[in-house]
Design a protein around this ligand. Structure first.
Ligand code: ADP
Ligand code: MG
Length: 694
């Protein structure tokens, strides 16, 4: 990219260090970032509106003669100036005024004003409008373009922003950059898009003949042109990653048929057809020369863990280590137990490595990982810390991928790389990703889907109940427990604060223990010591406890088939996919399961609609699609923190219809205009893009 565009914004006139710091909050650091900082709305100062035509809430430029002025002493006190243009009257109201203002605004003077029209005490008024004394009506109009109003951050003024963006645009146009990597004409013609230059001009300083409505509802071709280019760039970057991946060598896994038979035989169940299919895909992948990068999607309870175990078997039998990264300690511990069970027949060396390992124990584990003594290493994000060194890492498995950022995933992969060999990667997610999003977020991955649940599962009956019926719900637990079933009580909070969430769970547990003396109740949350947590979980699993009060830490992976009732407090605060995951903790046994969504009335219309979706369907894909509709895509994928799905301009609730063309255009560009790929990626993803890594 032309160097003038990658300079820090402080190179522009009027932007000092202080302002630059503030702009960072808006994601603006380099000159180029300003170009894609689009207006929120526009003001029309290109036309004088007749005062008689004004309606409240409208921003308008008007011109009129001052009829009279007055000082109101009641209330806050204000200076009123009534003006007319022959079509009607309007009052200008100033709460802050001094003698100077009173001297300037005198009866008989002609003025022009711009401001928001409101309905006031004595008809229409403008409060503190911009105003100018003029000598004739012709002096009134100074603008020929609509005026952009940009999103701001504290301490940055609109005029500062406008000037900075204008300078950035000039630099951009002068640099010729927009011609170098312009989209091919064929694509622009097909999509009826203008050039980048034209689109930017339209968006930052639109002509008066463009309607404000089109500009503000996102339908303007100029905005769509940019959104398209942004989505295209993301897609291209994934395709580049995929391509780069093909240049790496992979560890070759052989399949030891006898060992596989033993493994399958030792399992307490037979694999479903879907599991077998995915296993076959993995097997084929691991025999190729290039590293596998495969995403396995399967609804909660579809049995992804055993598929991981199978892949691990292939790796270990071929002499490689396996690293399995889970998002929570609870889940890592559970995988550890399952793996120990399933691999008993082989006596593999399996280690659990989490942040809880300290001192000597930690050293021993790190040692065993480094020497290759440990064959399967299960852990949390502690696995990609610097101190962890593998001896022959051949397979990386990442469970519940949406909890990790791309960077964590890649950091782990780096650990397994030596010379030009990179380990295979399997990524598991229970959050079904709508096809549209998969294309943008995961197109560097191959995708396998486990679209079948193990046999014998019953549907989970889901009901919404108001928290006003809490006592009724509590009494139902008694009945439930007497029948020999177990239950979960999940506490959620709107705050992201883990501490508060844990406190809420503690209080709830106390109350329930008092209300239900017959029921044995346990508590788990993120701040309970790991050993204690493990104890509670294993007590619950062995049915020494009837009920588990928990925070959303139990969301992923926890598996207790006899638990068949779940109460979720304040479900309206969670995303649909998250609720679906939580609910997936029940319905794992042979008996009918129930999920009670205990909401805080009154529910908003959207909240009602959302809870309704959960009642109606248990199809994770449908739920994910609806979640996407009703919330932003970033939220659904849990990538808000990692910023992965944050687009500068594209908005998938408006622009997802572009994705098909994005896909075909990407193919066209790869073949016909490969020279624009890198510039486009750099423009839209900058250095944050992970394509640079491979
Ligand atoms: P998830 O896909 O949500 O990670 P798990 O791997 O935890 O699901 O599996 C859920 C439960 O189903 C576990 O108890 C697991 O042992 C069991 N399971 C997995 N595959 C099968 C199968 N083919 N038949 C019966 N039960 C199975
Ligand atoms: Mg799982």
């Amino acid at each position: 990219m032309h160097e003038s565009l990658t300079q820090p914004v402080t190179t522009l006139a009027g932007i000092g260090g202080q302002t630059a710091k503030r702009l960072e909050k808006l994601g603006i650091q380099q000159v180029i970032d300003l170009i894609f900082h689009l207006p929120l709305r526009y003001e029309d100062r290109t036309r004088i509106l007749p005062i008689g035509s004004l309606v409240p809430d409208q921003n308008a430029l008007i011109c009129g003669t001052i009829e009279f002025t007055d000082i109101i002493t009641s209330g806050r006190g204000s200076f009123i100036c009534k003006i007319s243009d022959g079509t009607g009257f309007i009052s200008l109201r100033f709460f802050h005024f001094n003698a100077g203002l009173q001297k300037r605004l005198v009866a008989g003077a002609l003025i022009s004003c711009f401001g928001e029209v409101r309905f006031g005490f004595s008809g229409l008024e403008m409060i503190h409008p911009e105003y100018k004394k003029i000598s004739s009506k012709e002096d009134c109009i100074t603008e020929t373009k609509l005026t952009p109003v940009y999103p701001l951050t504290e301490g940055v003024r609109q005029t500062t922003m406008r000037k900075a963006i204008q300078q950035a645009l000039n630099l951009f146009f002068q640099s010729g950059q927009s011609q170098i990597d312009e989209l091919p004409e064929i694509i622009r013609k097909k999509m009826a898009f203008s050039t980048l230059h034209e689109a930017l001009e339209t968006l930052h300083s639109p002509d008066q003949n463009i309607t404000l409505e089109d500009l503000e509802n996102g339908n303007l071709p100029a905005r769509r042109r940019l959104a398209f280019e942004e989505l295209l760039s993301h897609h291209l970057s994934h395709l580049q990653t995929k391509k780069a991946n093909r240049q790496w060598q992979a560890p070759v896994f052989n399949t030891n048929q006898q060992c596989i038979r033993q493994f399958l035989h030792a399992l307490p169940f037979t694999l479903t057809t879907a599991q077998k299919q995915v296993i076959k895909e993995i097997e084929q992948n691991c025999q190729l020369q290039t590293p596998m990068m495969r995403l396995i999607q399967g609804d909660v309870g579809s049995g992804k863990t055993v598929v991981c175990a199978y892949a691990s078997l292939l790796a270990v039998e071929s002499g490689f280590q396996v690293a399995i990264m889970a998002p929570t300690e609870l889940l890592a511990e559970q995988h550890y137990r399952s793996f120990c069970d399933w691999f008993q027949f082989k006596e593999y060396k399996i280690s659990l490595h989490t942040g809880q390992n300290k001192g000597k124990q930690r050293e021993n584990i790190l040692q065993a990982i480094a020497t290759g003594d440990s064959q399967i290493i299960i852990g949390t994000h502690a696995l990609f810390q610097e101190a962890v060194n593998f001896s022959r890492l051949g397979l990386i498995i990442i469970d519940e991928q949406h909890r990790f950022g791309v960077n964590q995933r890649l950091a782990l992969r780096e650990k397994g790389s030596h010379s030009n060999i990179k380990p295979h990667q399997l990524i598991m997610t229970a959050t079904p990703i709508p096809r549209t999003l998969a294309m943008l977020n995961y197109s560097e991955l191959d995708i396998s889907i486990i679209d079948e649940l193990p046999p014998g599962r019953k549907k989970i009956v889901t009901r919404a109940v108001s928290s006003e019926r809490r006592d009724e719900v509590i009494s139902r637990i008694n009945h439930w427990t007497e029948q020999g079933f177990q239950s979960y009580w999940v506490c959620t909070l709107i705050e992201e604060s883990e501490i508060l969430q844990c406190e809420a769970a503690e209080k709830t547990a106390e109350k329930l223990i008092t209300a239900l003396p017959e029921v044995k109740i346990g508590l788990v949350h993120g701040r309970i010591k790991s050993s204690e947590k493990e104890q509670v979980m294993s007590d619950f699993k062995q049915h020494k406890l009837d009920m588990l009060v928990a925070t959303t830490v139990i969301e992923v992976g926890v598996d207790v088939p006899n638990a068949s009732l779940m109460i979720i407090e304040n479900p309206e605060r969670l995303g649909l996919s998250q609720l679906h995951q939580l609910r997936g903790r029940v319905g794992r046994g042979a008996n009918e399961s129930f999920c009670l969504l205990m909401y805080q009335p009154p529910l908003s219309d959207t909240a009602k609609q959302r809870l309704g979706i959960l009642r109606e369907t248990s199809d994770g894909f449908v739920i994910a699609e609806k979640d996407l509709e009703l919330r932003g895509p970033g939220e659904m994928l849990g990538t808000r923190q990692t910023g992965q799905m944050q687009f500068k301009i594209a908005d998938l609730s408006i622009d997802s219809d572009l994705l098909e063309s994005v896909q075909s255009s990407a193919q066209f560009i790869e073949q016909q205009s490969p020279q624009i790929i890198q510039p486009l990626i750099q423009r839209w993803l900058g250095n944050t893009s992970h394509y640079a890594e491979v």
